[in-house]
Write a protein of this length. Structure first.
Length: 123
């Protein structure tokens, strides 16, 4: 059994050497449309995804942030980039800085609860 990001096992899943039981995202992934989500498999509300993001130092002038976001988003949404990433099991988001900030906050809140729930003492 393996729980991994999609990229390492994807070639083996495509050839049938491995069988995926589910994906951990909230919705099915385009590179494996027949593989159900963990939630569809019976674990209601389950979602855990790997992601990448780009951040600028605090105090970066807003025009610089906007320019970076615009250029990076254009690159990510270019057909050749989007297709290459999709072939590797990644789905492009390319959100606005405010949306990414809200996403980061939601991830911190979600995983903070997971870490705190078992009350495992730090040593």
């Amino acid at each position: 059994m393996l729980m991994s990001t999609l990229l390492p096992p994807l070639p083996h899943l495509k050839t049938g050497r491995l069988r995926a039981l589910g994906v951990t995202s909230a919705k099915r992934v385009s590179s494996l449309p027949d593989v159900p989500t963990v939630a569809e498999g019976g674990v209601a509300g389950y979602e855990g995804v790997g992601w990448y993001g780009i951040a600028a130092p605090a105090g970066t002038p807003q025009p610089v942030v906007v320019k970076l976001q615009t250029e990076i988003s254009a690159i990510l949404h270019a057909p050749e980039t989007r297709d290459k990433l999709a072939a590797e099991g990644a789905e492009v988001v390319g959100s606005k800085p405010e949306e990414f900030g809200a996403f980061l906050k939601s991830e911190i809140d979600k995983w903070g609860k997971v870490v705190k729930a078992p009350r495992i003492p730090m040593q």
